[in-house]
Design a protein around this ligand. Structure first.
Ligand SMILES: [Zn+2]
Length: 272
């Protein structure tokens, strides 16, 4: 699933093509992806709304219109791209939403598995209001992270995946951040020393920033809006590398299922 660096890259790639545009109409063939409002209100309401800006919150893409906000979650296999009306793309066969723009271009939402989600809301807080802090925001200081951790007794890996605790991390960057911090994914949050909390805080930010610098990890479906791959996958230390040597110590990377999610770590560098 695309995580914060992938979604951020998509947002950055859509800003140019969508700047100053107006959504003329929408066509869709998979209503299950549309969470709110109902279909007739969706098509009637979005028509004619201008694009005011595009931002990200956690793993959600927020396209600010006027007066509403179009919110899209890519989930497993979602791709968003802007293309001339007449152009075809290899991802077109999974397009389930086509937003017609006012310049003979279309914003297409392709989603092979159809797990993606589309919302049109007056107040984005209806969708993203319960998310935890943005880990790359200036406000996400070590002190703020310590305060959020206080009283948390859960295991580190599931806690990092909890979008209400911290927004944007998924399986890839949670594993990478724990490796960078030298922390075992099964450590309890309330077992961390101050110095370990500081390492984890720094590792989360550094790992996500590096992922953005590499324009995301194209480990499976993720592509940038221009159809090309990010390169973060070539720099991963542990994720997807079970049995291969740890880049730090050479021991085989271990794989375990924690909280129902595949987890990769180095048993030596991330001792319990
Ligand atoms: Zn190691």
């Amino acid at each position: 699933m695309p995580e914060l660096p992938e979604v951020e890259t998509v947002v950055r790639g859509l800003r140019g093509p969508l700047a100053g545009r107006t959504i003329v109409s929408v066509a869709y063939d998979w209503p299950n992806c549309l969470v709110t409002p109902d279909g007739p209100r969706f098509t009637a309401r979005i028509a004619g709304q201008p694009v005011r800006g595009i931002t990200r919150r956690g793993k959600y893409i927020l396209i600010a219109l006027n007066p509403d906000t179009l919110i899209i979650h890519l989930k497993m296999t979602g791709r968003l791209y802007v293309t001339p009306d007449s152009s075809t793309d290899e991802a077109d066969r999974w397009v389930h939403f086509t937003f017609q723009l006012d310049n003979a271009h279309q914003l297409r939402f392709s989603d092979a598995r159809k797990f993606g989600r589309v919302y049109l809301v007056e107040d984005p807080a209806q969708v993203v209001g319960a998310l935890g802090p943005e880990p790359l925001d200036d406000a996400f200081t070590l002190e703020a992270f310590c305060a959020r951790l206080a009283g948390r007794a859960g295991l580190l890996k599931p806690l990092l995946l909890n979008q209400a605790f911290i927004a944007g991390l998924g399986n890839i960057y949670a594993d990478e951040a724990l490796f960078a911090a030298g922390l075992h994914p099964l450590r309890r949050a309330d077992s961390l020393a101050e110095e370990e909390i500081a390492r984890l805080h720094a590792a989360i930010r550094a790992t996500l920033a590096a992922g953005i610098a590499r324009e995301g990890a194209s480990v499976n479906w993720y592509r940038k809006p221009d159809g090309t791959r990010g390169s973060a996958q070539v720099a991963l230390s542990v994720y997807g590398r079970g049995g291969q040597p740890c880049p730090r110590c050479g021991q085989p990377i271990a794989r375990a299922v924690i909280g129902g999610r595949s987890t990769h770590y180095c048993p030596a560098c991330q001792a319990r």
